[in-house]
Design a protein around this ligand. Structure first.
Ligand code: FE2
Ligand code: FE2
Length: 263
């Protein structure tokens, strides 16, 4: 029978790559918030009220806003589960720092929805329609194994939706006059990079400790990527999907993982 749960028997194999302590993290959070508020304060009032974008942009952007807001809301919840159940302190601390990050990202995305004047009753339907990342995040929210959560959400999903994806989203929003979304994406990516790197350190430690853990991580990768296939919209988002897989495989293949059979 395939193993469902793996853990690090020797926690000293895992070190937070960012080397954060509570003191350093709190200073970093405060600096990030200050920088974000300064960048947002520099946005002209017209753009901040979404009067500088076309009505057509707003109509199409609701799905994108939902694909920003709800994953951040989900992340705030699943990383709280991972923190509560983390098997050792160093990992628990990384999860708690991330919890504070994700909560801030969720606030930024709520602000976009509100300033764009989109009624709250329209947010969830935009997220639940086919072709969004909803299926993946609802799956993660059902998990209670902290290692499985971190592998699927941080290593696979954040690793795939990595810095390149957010740069594309930021540039696209900016080109269409949506300066607030651009500032948000650039702020979130500075944190996501840290979330990916501690998950990568965890996966590497798991495989180094016991090479048979690789097969469990492989299965979690296969399950996760399969849940994202529908977001590619049958080829309509080919460039996005290719970039998504490429940025994930760039970190995963060197650890011995194989491309997933996707269908
Ligand atoms: Fe986030
Ligand atoms: Fe994150």
């Amino acid at each position: 029978m395939a193993r469902r749960h793996i853990t690090l028997k020797d926690p000293s194999r895992f070190k937070d790559p960012a080397g954060l302590t509570w003191e350093r993290y709190i200073a970093l959070q405060a600096r990030e918030r200050e920088r974000y508020l300064a960048e947002r304060a520099a946005i002209p009032a017209d753009a901040l009220a979404f009067r500088s974008v076309s009505p057509r942009y707003l109509e199409r952007a609701v799905e994108q806003f939902a694909n920003n807001f709800f994953p951040e809301e989900a992340a705030t919840r699943y990383i709280a589960t991972a923190a509560a159940r983390a098997p050792f302190e160093e990992l628990k601390r990384c999860c708690l720092f991330q919890l504070a990050d994700e909560q801030r990202h969720m606030e930024m995305d709520r602000d976009v929805f509100e300033r764009a004047g989109i009624a709250e009753r329209d947010w969830l339907p935009a997220w639940e329609q086919p072709g969004t990342t909803c299926r993946f995040f609802r799956h993660v929210l059902e998990l209670d194994d902290p290692i499985e959560i971190l592998v699927k959400a941080n290593f696979v999903a954040e690793g795939a939706a990595g810095p390149a994806t957010f740069a594309v989203l930021a540039d696209g929003a900016e080109a269409r006059g949506d300066l607030l979304s651009a500032v948000n994406h650039r702020a979130r990516v500075r944190d996501e990079t840290r979330h990916i790197s501690y998950a990568r350190a965890l996966v590497k430690a798991l495989i180094d400790e016991d090479p048979s853990n690789l097969e469990v991580v492989q299965r979690w990768q296969d399950e996760s990527l399969q849940l994202f296939v529908e977001v590619a919209k049958g080829g309509a988002r080919r460039a996005w999907w290719d970039g998504f897989l490429a940025s994930y495989y760039k970190i995963a293949l060197p650890l011995g993982l194989r491309p997933s059979p996707l269908g």
